[in-house]
Design a protein around this ligand. Structure first.
Ligand code: PMV
Length: 303
């Protein structure tokens, strides 16, 4: 995406550690990936958003979520424009596709209007887009889609960028099972209501994994980071967020030499990530995940 104008890009993201509990104010560690959404806007007679490769069209006032999200981010009195977006992420897969789309659209609209927005302002506007899809979003997806890099995110606070002690290589496996973030967040909310003490313990445990993961990232200690990811996966399974496809891919990645592996994002389907030490291991892990019958790709992280 380096050849694209920065203003029209929204990045995909993976959550290295801390998904779900981030909804309850605990810090999470996230990383932007080198895949996302590009958008551009041109003057037109009526405002319209077209999305490729989905082949869908949306307009404010129409009765679908993307149209409602578009209406939510169109500034009042904006001149009509035709926005074209190109999506290079699987949707509903835990890679922040809807937020990347929202960020790219917000930037394309601002560019067309000659408005200069900071990353933080873009993220804030894109949160209105995210609310249409996710009900109670923590804000991590739209914030990472706007900023990229590797960062600690806590709801309502500015992003804390983390300096990498060594490059982070991930293999991302897609279960192909669509998952609804809204439903998975609601599933966790029900577990919290049923047993608040147990849920608080999980939050505390994940919070301490995230703190240690930050230190491991800064020190470039891939093995330690991998072990922390494995522990996070164990806690996520305890919240019933993993699936047998995700477990198959995670097991295959570990057997093929990954330093650690876990689901990423909402779970209940979607994607898993495997942390690998070098390119040769990345290729082995990618092949092992594909051998379970699922798509996988190697991602450059923190770009
Ligand atoms: O599945 P995604 O990419 O939408 O990630 C959701 C992350 C959650 O922590 C599960 C929800 C949130 O709003 O933070």
């Amino acid at each position: 995406m380096a050849d694209q104008p920065r203003g029209a890009v929204g990045r995909g993201k993976t959550i290295l550690l801390g998904e779900h509990i981030v909804v309850y104010g605990v810090e999470a560690l996230a990383a932007g990936i080198d895949r996302g959404v590009r958008a551009r806007a041109e003057p037109a007679e009526q405002t319209e958003l077209s999305i490729e490769p989905w082949g869908t069209r949306h307009a404010p006032g129409e009765d679908d979520d993307v149209s409602r999200a578009l209406a939510a981010v169109l500034p009042e009195g904006a001149p009509p424009m035709r926005i074209e977006a190109e999506v290079a992420l699987p949707a509903g897969a835990g890679l922040g596709c809807s937020a990347a789309l929202g960020v790219a659209v917000v930037r394309a609209i601002a560019e067309r209007q000659g408005e200069l927005l900071t990353d933080a302002e873009v993220a804030e506007r894109a949160l209105d887009w995210e609310r249409v899809f996710h009900g109670n979003p923590s804000g991590i997806d739209n914030t990472m889609a706007a900023h990229g890099g590797v960062a600690l995110y806590r709801k309502g606070e500015p992003l804390v960028p983390i300096r990498l002690g060594a490059p982070i290589r991930l293999v991302i496996g897609d279960s192909g099972e669509p998952s609804s973030t809204k439903e998975m967040v609601a599933l966790v909310a029900r577990q919290r209501e049923r047993d608040p003490a147990r849920f608080d313990k999980t939050c505390e445990a994940v919070a301490s994994l995230v703190r240690n993961a930050r230190l491991a990232v800064e020190a470039g200690d891939v093995r330690a980071l991998g072990q922390l990811m494995d522990l996070n996966q164990h806690l996520l399974s305890g919240l019933m967020l993993s699936t047998s496809s995700l477990e198959d891919m995670i097991g295959a990645a570990r057997d093929a030499g990954a330093a650690g592996a876990k689901l990423t994002g909402a779970g209940g389907g979607g994607c898993m990530i495997a942390l690998v030490e070098d390119e040769a291991t990345a290729e082995r892990v990618r092949a092992a995940i594909e051998a379970t019958g699922h798509d996988a790709f190697v991602a450059e992280v923190g770009a």
